[in-house]
Design a protein around this ligand. Structure first.
Ligand code: AMP
Length: 411
């Protein structure tokens, strides 16, 4: 790496999508605000279809969003198209200023507890984890292989969604099932959204003016996927997602916690296949299963119009959230802050208000006027008297991936 190499490209590869951000790390370190060092951001959607679309916003060049439609056959073609867009802004992938590429990798099992420079052995291990992350790891691998082929000379770093949760004690991570069976098939609770939980818990400590080692935080990452975590002194001690991202909170399309016997029942009594049950619980459950909508804005609009199904879906969502706040308060013993983040957590004031309502005895309260403020900045929404701080802390997984990547390659 040359001294002038200060840029990091962050890639988040899905099965048919590629999200990217190019950041300048000299800017992100001096300014951790929401615009921090971002030179360009974009997304390639529907890779492999006739109607692929590339949306590119050249932030550094101050230009407008550009959209290109047309077939993009695979991830290699997608990354080349992204490279061409970046090159048009003078930010090409062949630039000596590019220090590294940071990849989001969903499942790192127990082995990857830290961001890791990718070599053949690392690739092999990510591949070995495909059975526990069949939807995500193959897509992440494709992104890594494509980027390596394009810039074999450049360090490529994997930042794992599971890494932050590897500090969970055994009593939180193990399911109460036969140990030999669990170990033979690596069945345990891994947790996901770890990059977000790490970033938000640290930012929350910063907001309180404290060292992360001094504070206990419950992080509620409420997006289309949703998870909670209990973070004690900067270390994750419990989280709501498990072997897969299906466990825990009610999500946009996933059921979250459910009696596993429901799955036997669906097979034995309703005659559904394994795949049908999988699709039901992952894609047709949660808010969408309960009321037909998974967008919280739409659900709130329907509630305002008196829609009872939407109201019940909201109540079920909030009830589960409250149970996790209660459980993690007990796990942590002392809670300094509850932090809301991601699409719903950052934007839906009624969700924050309802999740905390009635928890005054636990030291939790929300100030209505602070809660109503719309802002992209981390902020407190609890009244001064409240024993536990309630915060809204916008997450920034790309910045966290870029910072972890840059720290590793510039060390
Ligand atoms: P994420 O997965 O973090 O991008 O979050 C996406 C979800 O955030 C959407 O499905 C919506 O339910 C929710 N969301 C986004 N913007 C708003 C908003 N202004 N008010 C309420 N919910 C929102």
């Amino acid at each position: 790496m040359t001294a002038t190499a200060t840029r990091v490209l962050v890639l988040n590869s899905g099965s048919s999508s590629l999200k990217y951000q190019l950041l300048d790390m000299t800017d992100t370190q001096s300014n951790s605000g929401s615009g921090a060092g971002r030179l360009a951001v974009g997304l390639v959607e529907r890779i492999g279809e006739e109607t692929s679309r590339l949306t590119h916003t050249p932030l550094a060049a101050g230009g407008d969003k550009r959209e290109t439609e047309g077939p993009i056959a695979d991830h290699e073609a997608a990354l080349k198209a992204v490279g061409a867009e970046l090159a048009a802004d003078g930010l090409g992938l062949d630039s000596p200023e590019l220090a590294a590429i940071g990849h989001r990798v969903v499942h790192g099992g127990l082995k990857f507890t830290e961001p890791t420079v990718i070599d053949d052995a690392v690739l092999k291990e990510i591949e070995r984890l495909v059975p526990v992350a069949p939807l995500h790891n193959p897509a992440n691998l494709t992104g890594i292989r494509t980027a390596r082929a394009l810039r074999p000379d450049l360090p490529q770093v994997a930042v794992f969604d599971t890494a932050f949760h590897t500090t969970m004690p055994e009593h939180a991570a193990r399911y109460a099932i036969d140990v030999a069976t669990a170990d033979a098939h690596r069945i345990r609770r891994y947790g996901f959204h770890g990059t977000s939980h790490a970033y938000v818990s640290r930012k929350t400590a910063e907001l309180l003016g404290k060292d992360p080692a001094e504070v206990n935080v419950i992080v509620l990452h409420l997006g289309n996927g949703a998870s909670a975590s209990a973070v004690a002194g900067g270390r994750c001690v419990d989280t709501s997602m498990g072997l897969t991202p299906l466990e825990g909170l009610v999500m946009g399309t996933r059921s979250g916690d459910i009696d596993p016997a429901v799955t036997f029942h669906l097979k034995r009594v309703a005659g559904m296949s394994e795949d049908e049950v999988d699709v039901l619980l992952n894609k047709k459950s949660g808010l969408v299963g309960l009321c037909g909508d998974n967008d919280m804005r739409e659900i709130r609009r329907r509630i305002d119009e008196g829609d009872e199904r939407a109201a019940l879906a909201f109540d079920i969502y909030i009830h589960r959230l409250k149970k996790y706040i209660g459980a993690y308060s007990a796990v942590l013993g002392r809670v300094d802050a509850v932090a809301f983040t991601a699409g719903v957590g950052e934007n839906a004031a009624p969700v924050r208000e309802a999740a905390v309502a009635g928890l005054e005895e636990m030291g939790l309260a929300v100030d209505a006027s602070l809660n109503a403020v719309r802002s992209g900045e981390p902020r407190l929404i609890s009244p001064e008297y409240a024993r536990v701080a309630v915060a809204v802390v916008p997450t920034d997984e790309e910045l966290e991936i870029a910072q972890q990547t840059y720290a590793l390659v510039s060390a």
